[in-house]
Write a protein that binds this ligand. Structure first.
Ligand code: DLL
Length: 442
């Protein structure tokens, strides 16, 4: 269902007019109120008056996670703290966390884009949504929660974890929609099976999954095992949380809510803007966020934009599945490798489970000489004879060689060796951290 046809089906001309007005207002706002922006604008010799058309966007400086760290905690806000009604945060990988403050108007806008998101995914007010995204500082829990209430559907705020209780509630309360990371969807299914419950026989019909990279193969797996339609949803703390983009029933790229989020794709090495269809780093400018707008924020997420109007009738540009992050790309003996490529191979080979770990011996921040992939095999194969295991290992090695262009060692491990997480899965670990990483169970 299209919740807001006036915006979701806008013509490009109308949309660009709206975007330009909103961009000009935002740029003026940050320039006048945030010393950091004034400084970096001046560094590039640009003032708000220089933004006359959409093509002028590229005159503005980029921002990145580092700017959030340098201005931690409140240095990027355009409003005094008393106008802030909520603060979320993401842990980040190193150093200070990222802070995301919201005014009342921001929470309202977020609820609205999330309601649009859920409607696009196929939810209606008759659904019962079990929300297994983490509540708390993470934006997933409350983002989905407010969106569901705004849509008028029923939310069960389970949060992540306590998996057995999740299954019981699902059965008792007639849950029709599950919202969680794709990894957690598989864990729910594993636990249900252990409890003798077949999720395909429950009322579950839809899963809305995101917050971490996943693949088409993983979607197929979730859909078949759980008996649902699985929809991809994208977002990030710095921009708003979930609700930046989502697929519709055609599952052909995620519709970006462009009246709120202005997107570009750039070459991550040069910063140059790339045309529609070309893969590169996604850059987002918030057009309506009040407390802490972002200007040309470099997400580090690698994707491409799909401009054609979708069969659903929405005109807004779509983004393809994220294929990797420009900062978690591994460089193995000079070759670029993304964890998503490895995942794709694993999901296509019979006898292995979609649980894996990439163990590297790092020389510096990115580059590594040695790649070892730990792969969990299914119960059936594990209890089989040695010969079968050897054959499987050989097959995986050959597939990896041909897809990645480099050779990797494959280590087959028994079922449940790799720790399950309720939130985002971590796939790459340095060998020296492996023991204390909590990523393996034995
Ligand atoms: O993960 C917000 C969110 C919550 C999105 C629930 C979807 C569902 P952060 O913790 O700041 O925010 O992490 C943002 O996660 O830059 C991507 O690298 C990754 N990510 C999010 N959604 C997807 C997705 C939330 N659908 C970072 N596919 C982003 C691939 C995703 N990666």
């Amino acid at each position: 269902m299209i919740r807001d046809p006036e915006h979701e089906k806008m013509s490009r001309k109308q949309l660009e007019k709206l975007q330009l007005e909103r961009l000009q207002a935002r740029v003026k706002d940050v320039y006048e109120k945030v010393p950091f922006y004034r400084r970096v604008f001046k560094g590039k010799g640009v003032t708000p008056d220089d933004i006359k058309t959409m093509a002028d966007l590229k005159k503005l400086p980029f921002t990145s996670k580092i700017d959030f760290r340098d201005n931690y905690p409140y240095g990027l806000m355009t409003v005094p703290l008393e106008k802030v009604v909520r603060i979320h945060s993401s842990s980040g990988t190193t150093g200070k966390p990222i802070i995301a403050p919201y005014t009342e108007a921001d929470v309202d806008m977020w609820s609205e884009v999330m309601a649009r998101t859920l409607a696009s995914a196929g939810m209606t007010r008759h659904d019962v949504m079990q929300n297994a995204y983490g509540y708390g500082l993470f934006t997933g829990g409350l983002g989905f929660h407010y969106g569901c209430e705004r849509l008028g559907a029923t939310v069960i705020p389970t949060g992540g974890g306590n998996t057995k209780r999740q299954i019981l509630l699902m059965q008792d309360l007639g849950t029709t929609v599950i919202t969680c990371t794709p990894t957690y969807a598989l864990i729910l299914n594993e636990t249900a099976k252990e409890m003798g419950v077949d999720l395909r026989e429950t009322k579950l019909r839809l899963g809305i999954h995101g917050a971490e990279p996943w693949s088409e193969q993983m979607r197929k797996d979730i859909e078949e095992r759980i008996g649902i339609s699985a929809i991809n949803v994208y977002g990030l703390t710095e921009v708003i949380g979930p609700g930046v983009s989502v697929e519709c029933e055609h599952k052909n790229g995620m519709h970006i809510w462009e009246d709120h989020f202005l997107v570009e794709i750039i070459n991550p090495a040069t910063g140059e803007q790339l045309p529609y269809g070309q893969e590169g780093e996604l850059v987002i400018t918030t057009l309506t966020k009040e407390a802490q707008p972002v200007i040309r924020f470099r997400t580090r997420d690698i994707t491409k934009l799909i401009p054609e109007t979708c069969k659903c009738g929405r005109t807004m540009v779509r983004m393809a599945r994220i294929t990797g992050r420009s900062d978690d790309m591994l460089v193995v003996r000079g070759v670029n490798v993304f964890p998503s490529q490895i995942e794709n191979v694993l999901l296509e080979v019979e006898g292995v489970e979609p649980h894996y770990l990439i163990v590297v011996d790092r020389h510096d921040a990115f580059s590594t000489e040695d790649l070892e992939i730990w792969v969990e095999v299914s119960e059936a194969v594990f209890s089989d004879e040695m010969q079968k295991m050897e054959k499987l290992e050989k097959k995986l090695r050959a597939e990896m060689d041909s897809v990645l262009g480099i050779s990797a060692r494959i280590k087959l491990v028994e079922p449940r060796t790799i720790a399950r997480t309720e939130g985002k899965a971590r796939r790459v670990v340095d060998r020296k951290d492996l023991k204390n990483s909590g990523l393996i169970t034995k």
